[in-house]
Design a protein around this ligand. Structure first.
Ligand code: MV4
Length: 457
């Protein structure tokens, strides 16, 4: 096992990793930018190193600074958290070359899944269903137009280097394909420095489901069920739950089986998430794979009882997975609400000083947070200040518990999206569990015009 882990991240996930390390008896090194010296991850770690100025490019994304910090503190492994360098193959390779264990899949896996075209090809080859679409990268606008016409409209153009919704364009008719292709490609070049594009049939009202994979270094692979991630606004998830109200035990079983078989074929290691799109007919399709721990991992931890961050660390150290698939049982229901420092109506970031802070507690309530009274929320990084995760015996009780917890939550001095969550938790589609990825759009429209909503019911 490792003696000391450097956490190449900030905020709640850095704290989450520190907590796992403390329970494992592993020393921790926090890194931070100049403006983050008052952050909890710095206070809770055994040691800390300032690695650069506020700009993430010069601090949390600064590979030489991170490896120097690992060297001077004698850290033997690096946990990258999520975001920042967590899926950067070059970073994983440099860690290896410096004799520091990168806590995550092999660099080869990060490369394979980092390009959505190669990920699709590999997963299709390994047996996961794909939507009808291009094979390989689109070569020209003519080819895009021909293929789109063959598949039928609507289609969606996506950037190979994209993911999380950036560089996408929905096209509804043949005459619009070429222009959309040129625009999307230019956007992809500007955003990622890579204009490779692919296309697939567009599903109008999909659910976004993801499957948690856990794999050791010895070929043993299991899944920990799914997370329902359809509640998103502009590709930012706002709430996640497990289990998904859309899955039947039979569908869950089938998804798990094909996913594990595919992971075996590519010899996946460490934890990862397979993103699937579920259509109204109950058919599922591979979208992309995330090779990191995810923000929403706690809902899986609560329904399965598996500590995913502890597991990541143990697996990176070469441990054998102690669980068999038949040992995994999903019990109860969990919901995660992302509490953001943002305006509940405009969603604009709302940084500033927190003048009062009282997080909820009591039965079935977990907070993975990073703020405290008198903490100053910074404008330089994402606006997530805490994750409120609630657990109960069933979905109805879990929703009641989430509402109760929100009613206790006090955050003063900044604006938060707590009022948005309160509205969401009473929205009828959400309560029934019959929602899809358009739920936030519909909720906001009904708030803008409550009469229309009342008429629709
Ligand atoms: C799709 C889709 C429908 N059909 N792909 C891809 C990244 C993920 N974050 C959203 N993605 C989608 N991919 C096909 N073939 C629907 C989404 C999607 C979405 C697309 C446009 C605008 C908002 C969206 C919200 C959720 C999902």
């Amino acid at each position: 096992m490792f003696g000391k882990i450097l956490i190449a991240n900030r905020g709640e996930i850095a704290l989450r990793v520190i907590r796992a390390c403390r329970e494992l008896g592993i020393k921790t090194v926090a890194v931070h930018s100049t403006v983050d010296s008052e952050s909890l991850h710095v206070k809770f770690a055994d040691e800390s190193v300032c690695i650069g100025p506020a700009s993430a490019r010069e601090s949390y994304l600064n590979i030489p600074a991170l490896l120097s910090a690992a060297e001077v503190t004698g850290a033997d492994a690096i946990h990258p958290g999520y975001g920042f360098l967590s899926e950067n193959a070059e970073f994983a390779e440099v860690c290896g070359a410096c004799g520091v264990q990168f806590i995550g899949p092999r660099a080869e896996m990060l490369k394979l899944m980092g390009n959505k075209v190669s990920a699709r090809a590999a997963m299709s080859e390994a047996g996961l269903p794909l939507l009808p679409g291009s094979r390989g990268t689109l070569e020209s606008e003519e080819q895009a137009e021909e293929l789109a016409a063959e598949i039928g409209f609507p289609i969606i153009l996506k950037a190979a280097a994209g993911g999380g919704g950036r560089g996408m364009k929905i096209v509804r008719e043949k005459s619009a394909v070429r222009q959309a292709y040129r625009t999307a490609m230019a956007e992809a070049v500007a955003a990622f420095g890579n204009g490779e594009m692919y296309l697939e049939r567009y599903v109008e009202k999909p659910r976004h489901i993801e499957l948690q994979i856990v794999a050791d270094e010895h070929g043993h692979i299991i899944h920990l069920g799914e997370r329902e991630c359809s509640v998103q606004r502009r590709h930012q998830k706002m709430l996640e739950e497990s289990q998904s109200p859309a899955l039947t035990p039979a569908l869950r079983e089938k998804m798990g089986q094909v996913a594990i078989s595919a992971m075996n074929k590519i010899a996946y290691n460490n934890v990862g998430t397979i993103e699937l799109l579920l259509d109204e007919r109950g058919e599922f399709y591979f979208m992309e794979m995330n090779t990191r721990i995810q923000v929403e991992h706690p809902v899986t931890e609560l329904v399965t009882g598996v500590d995913l961050v502890r597991t990541q660390i143990e697996l990176a150290a070469g441990a054998k997975l102690s669980l068999a698939q038949s040992d995994v049982t999903m019990r109860g229901h969990a919901i995660e609400l992302r509490i953001n420092a943002e305006d509940p109506v405009t969603f604009a970031p709302s940084p500033g000083l927190i003048t009062a802070y009282n997080p909820p507690g009591g039965p079935g309530v977990r907070i993975d947070g990073m703020v405290y009274e008198q903490y100053k929320v910074l404008p330089y990084y994402d606006s997530l200040i805490a994750k409120l995760i609630v657990y109960a015996d069933d979905r109805a009780q879990c929703i009641a518990r989430a509402r109760r917890a929100l009613s206790e939550y006090v955050v003063e001095g900044i604006r938060t999206n707590i009022p948005f969550h309160q509205a969401l938790l009473t929205q009828s589609d959400f309560v029934r569990g019959t929602y899809d990825t358009r739920i936030v759009e519909r909720l906001l429209a009904s708030q803008a015009n409550p009469h229309v909503h009342a008429a629709i019911g």
